[in-house]
Design a protein around this ligand. Structure first.
Ligand code: TRP
Ligand code: ZN
Length: 867
């Protein structure tokens, strides 16, 4: 490192010295020599006569102030400081960029044959020198000039105000965005696309044209994205009373993209993975993912764009809130319980793991070196849980009043998390003073609960203790305000009214102290308690449930989530126990009563199909890792394998009946059809582990008319290590080599192959014609799935898994640090493993630390981990 990257602190925030009210951009696009002319109206706000502009990785061609050459400036690798500028003035800067060489996919780059931009968080500074901070909001106009034949579509934010032909076969389009915005919401796209168009009439009667741009030939994969967009627009009107505000809404799908999608004003840019879907190429999970991401980006128009973030430490202001909104959208349109289950899995697996890692941070971080490193599960998913807790504490009506007040106060401005909480507090009258600690405290709280029943007094007592273990970023923790949703059940399954101090009380208990006791009166029999219903707070629950109580709750709990959670806790008890048995060379066990409880679920015709399938998904390897200080990878694998095998063997007749009864005569993607496929394919996963597995999996693969069923066959063959696996893999790759997006599914199977010989195959797969380390989707599919979802092989004692990842990271450090920085996460968690593995993992981190060109993204993580 020539220069050590510097951290920024939330506490150092200063409002800007200058601001920019308007910016006119002109792009003359060229693969290797693009010229950008940026004319800004600048206003001085404070004393300073030095204007600091950020800029990186481009050539500065000229600087003019009020149309006169201005040479009074100093320049560094990352900044341009203009001296002796004051009052109101016009600044014109010309820069030269090389989009072709931009493999980091930040700023202006080429995706396939087209041009596109990605400016969040700090990419605009790779386009021109600018006040690249979210609290500088300007009105943008953008003129895009390019070759007409190669780039018939020239897009940018807002409305198209002019277009025409130019000499030399070029043409131009001029765009104007009437809404002031920070630079991170700027976007430009140029290319030759197929377009799906539609219109939407808003509830106040305005017509909006909807346009989805995709690579030529992909039009037949766009209808689901359009339907999802229209559903999003309608839902936001119905549930949040929010209407779209421009006359046009564009979505462009690109193949080269670092994340899921980006909410640029009026011009969303999407990873093609979250747009393109048809029966033959996309699974039901893909369909639901598209609906969620289309919704997410659309909802940002209000929560992100109309009200944006004052500084990047406030990222959860828009992301936590927008994730909450997209989760509610998916839940209102589909199955609420299945959505909740999957969101909770993400919290308990990857998010809790992040809290336990060197990257632990509060949802509003205090210290950042590279902002791209903070688009995390904590900011997004835990951020959403924090919004959800406020929703639980306030109720829907007060929550919506809070939203309304938030927009009244902050529309058109850059706000803070505090502004949001204050609006919620003021609108509802609910005191959120202590609740605010969720924004500043990192880590996963543990709620330990003890119950006592007194027959003589008819009292039931719950003693609740909270404790948040120290995290790597923060040693001292304070008690949080934790909403704890509970219910008490009598033996006949009826709910017992909750009474404290002679009053009926709400199901949501307010936990605010380190230790609290709740005495429930008039409890005439010893109840079974259902705790942390709906996962009412992002905490770990510690309560000594008996098997009998959990089995009781699996049947009797009133709410779906609680029944699922009881099933998970029951499985957890036997996963833990069997890990111990593996370690002590004892026989593994799964009692008859547990198997019968799951049999009951499978045979229960009152339950949604998709929900039953969720009941049979065991906690992931990653989630289990979080239960231990030091993990035994192989013991976890054996314990999980044993439980799956036992359920498969014991329930094979029921699974078989389920499998055959759920065959559908024709394909559709409504929620009922999706649910049937989910349960049928869940049955297949288990049946693959029985003697009929080979034959059943092959038959399904051969007869499938949709990608969900095809993939279910392949995933089953992969997980059960069936001999048919290779045949299916070869067939699939021959069929789909031309289609990278479809091949990603195949790369994931290679990466997560449990076979002991997997690594050598994975290495060979890197030279597959459809693979490229330059493409983030391909890289994440093969390498990401290996590092994050192939525990046994990644953590092989030899260290070859770690060395392989290290090798890939060395390369990505230069070509795409943002992708590298996501792939490195499993290596950061070395403290969870035995000493030999720790040393091997650290050696790979050290190898990166020793580089003299280590990117900021990796620098931040490697240094935290090795500190
Ligand atoms: N704001 C985007 C979202 O949540 C995500 C995003 C942030 C992003 N940084 C990015 C996308 C960089 C692509 C590249 O939807
Ligand atoms: Zn977002």
């Amino acid at each position: 490192m020539s220069q050590q990257p510097q951290a920024k602190f939330r506490s150092d925030y200063q409002s800007p010295e200058f601001t920019i009210s308007d910016i006119d951009l002109v792009f003359d696009l060229d693969d290797t020599k693009t010229f950008v002319s940026a004319t800004s109206k600048v206003q001085q706000l404070k004393q300073s006569t030095d204007l600091l502009l950020e800029g990186e990785g481009m050539i500065l061609v000229s600087v003019k102030v009020n149309d006169v050459d201005h040479s009074d400036y100093t320049q560094s690798d990352t900044q341009l400081t203009l001296h002796n500028v004051s009052g109101d003035f016009t600044l014109t800067i010309v820069t030269e960029l090389n989009p072709q060489e931009n493999t980091a996919l930040e700023g202006l780059y080429k995706s396939g044959d087209g041009f596109c931009t990605q400016c969040e968080a700090e990419g605009f500074r790779r386009i021109t020198y600018y006040m690249d901070r979210p609290d500088v909001l300007a009105r943008f106009t953008t003129k895009v000039i390019a070759d007409k034949e190669a780039y018939p579509h020239l897009l940018s934010n807002g409305n198209r105000i002019n277009h025409g032909d130019l000499e030399g076969g070029k043409h131009f389009v001029h765009w104007q965005d009437p809404f002031p915005k920070p630079a991170y919401l700027f976007a430009l796209v140029a290319g030759n696309f197929d377009v799906l168009t539609d219109t939407y009439k808003t509830k106040s009667g305005r017509d909006v044209s909807l346009e989805i741009y995709v690579d030529q030939g992909n039009l037949d994969r766009t209808p689901h994205a359009m339907t999802s967009l229209i559903n999003s627009m309608k839902w936001d009107e119905d549930r949040f009373d929010l209407e779209y505000d421009l006359d046009i809404y564009m979505i462009v799908a690109v193949d080269f993209f670092n994340m899921g999608a980006m909410e640029n004003k009026g011009l969303n840019v999407f990873n093609s993975k979250f747009v393109l879907a048809k029966q033959e190429t996309a699974t039901d999970t893909d369909y639901l993912g598209i609906e969620a991401v289309i919704g997410h980006e659309y909802f940002h128009n209000w929560t992100g764009n109309r009200v944006t973030c004052r500084d990047w430490f406030q990222l959860s202001l828009k992301e936590g809130l927008t994730v909450f909104r997209d989760q509610e959208f998916s839940s209102d349109l589909g199955s609420r319980s299945v959505n909740r289950i999957n969101n909770v899995r993400t919290m308990r697996g990857p998010q809790f793991a992040e809290d336990a890692s060197p990257m632990a941070h509060p949802i509003r971080p205090e210290k950042v070196i590279e902002m791209n490193n903070f688009y995390t599960l904590t900011v997004y998913e835990k951020g959403s849980e924090v919004i959800r807790m406020m929703h639980t504490l306030l109720g829907e009506v007060n929550f919506q009043k809070g939203m309304k007040l938030y927009f009244e106060r902050h529309d058109g401005t850059a706000a803070t998390c505090e502004d949001f909480v204050l609006a919620m507090e003021n609108a509802s009258g609910v005191d959120l003073t202590q609740f605010r600690r969720w924004y500043s405290q990192s880590g996963t709280p543990v709620l330990s609960v003890i119950s006592e029943y007194h027959q003589d007094t008819q009292e039931y007592t719950l003693t609740v203790k909270q404790n948040t273990p120290a995290t790597e970023d923060q040693a001292d923790k304070l008690p949080l305000h934790i909403p704890l949703d509970i219910e008490l059940y009598a033996q006949d399954g009826s709910a017992i009214e909750l009474r404290c101090n002679n009053k009926e009380v709400n199901n949501v208990l307010n936990i605010t102290e380190e230790k609290q006791t709740f005495v429930f009166q008039q409890v005439s029999e010893k109840p079974v308690v259902s705790l942390l219903r709906e996962f009412s707070a992002p905490v770990k629950l510690d309560y000594a449930y008996t098997d009998a109580e959990l089995i009781f709750l699996m049947v009797n709990a009133k709410n779906d989530f609680a029944r699922w959670d009881a099933g998970q806790m029951l499985l957890a008890n036997y996963i833990r126990a069997n890990i111990g048995h593996v370690q002590n060379n004892e026989a593994l066990v799964l009692p008859e009563a547990v198997v019968d409880a799951f049999r009951g679920v499978l045979l229960n015709t009152d339950l949604e199909h998709a929900y039953i399938a969720e009941m049979f998904v065991l906690p992931s390897h990653n989630e289990i890792t979080g239960w231990f200080d030091t993990v035994d990878v192989d013991a976890i694998d054996q314990a999980l394998g044993f439980i799956k095998q036992t359920l498969a063997t014991e329930l094979k007749d029921e699974f078989s009946a389920t499998y055959h009864s759920l065959k559908q005569s024709s394909y559709s993607v409504d929620h009922d059809a999706i649910g049937k496929r989910a349960l049928r394919n869940c049955a297949l996963m288990y049946l693959a582990k029985t003697p009929v597995g080979e034959q059943l999996v092959k038959a399904q693969y051969d007869s499938a008319d949709n990608m969900t069923d095809t993939m279910a066959a392949m995933v089953s063959a992969n997980a059960a290590e069936l001999s048919i696996r290779e045949t299916l893999m070869n067939d699939f790759s021959e069929k789909w080599s031309h289609d990278g997006l479809v091949m990603d599914k195949w790369f994931i199977l290679q990466g997560s192959n449990p076979s002991v010989a997997a690594l050598s195959t994975i290495k060979a797969t890197m030279s597959h014609q459809a693979f490229s380390l330059k493409n983030p989707n391909r890289t994440r599919s093969l390498i990401g799935s290996f590092a994050a979802n192939n525990a046994v092989n990644f953590h092989a004692k030899s260290g070859e898994g770690y060395a392989f990842l290290g090798e890939v990271l060395l390369e990505l450090n230069e070509s795409n640090p943002q992708v590298a920085s996501r792939l490195i996460d499993p290596l950061l968690k070395f403290k969870k493993y035995d000493h030999d593995r720790q040393d091997l993992m650290k050696a790979q981190l050290q190898r990166l630390a020793d580089l003299d060109n280590l990117a900021k993204d990796l620098f931040e993580k490697v240094n935290k981990a090795l500190a």
